[in-house]
Structure formats: structure tokens, C-alpha cells
Write a protein that binds this ligand. Structure first.
Ligand code: SF4
Length: 64
């Protein structure tokens, strides 16, 4: 799912320590910087909300 990033989202993400990227997902393998479920993860890695205007959420994300 693609979501537009605006100032409100940035503020709330900071306030509530919002996690959505692979780095916070139980399926993330940090040694390989890859998804253990073999999904392409280029859109979900190293996302800096202060620098992007949209984010692509992974439907398989599960906080780890
Ligand atoms: S399931 Fe999705 S969010 Fe989790 S590591 Fe794989 S690509 Fe990233």
C-alpha cells in the first residue's frame, strides 16, 4: 500500500515511534539485508520519513 507522507504523518510517526520498515519486521534478515519470505524489499528498507513524500507499506509486515 502506498501512502503519502505529510507533516502530520511525520509528527505522529516521531511521537509514537512508528515502525513499518523491514528493519523492524520479524521476517527481516539483517545479515543479508533481505526478506526471509523472499519478497523484494527495496521499497521498505532505509526509509527516512523526513526525506520521502510517500511510503510503500508491506502487507506482510509483522513487528519483530
Ligand atoms: S515481510 Fe515485508 S516488511 Fe517484512 S522483511 Fe519481508 S519485505 Fe520487509
Amino acid at each position: 500500500m502506498i501512502t503519502r507522507v505529510d507533516e502530520r504523518l511525520r509528527r505522529e510517526a516521531e511521537r509514537y515511534s512508528f515502525r513499518f520498515g523491514c528493519e523492524a519486521c520479524m521476517a527481516y534478515d539483517p545479515d543479508r539485508r533481505a526478506c526471509a519470505h523472499a519478497y523484494p524489499n527495496g521499497d521498505h528498507l532505509d526509509v527516512d520519513l523526513s526525506k520521502v513524500e510517500k511510503v510503500v507499506f508491506c502487507k506482510e509486515f509483522e513487528v519483530g
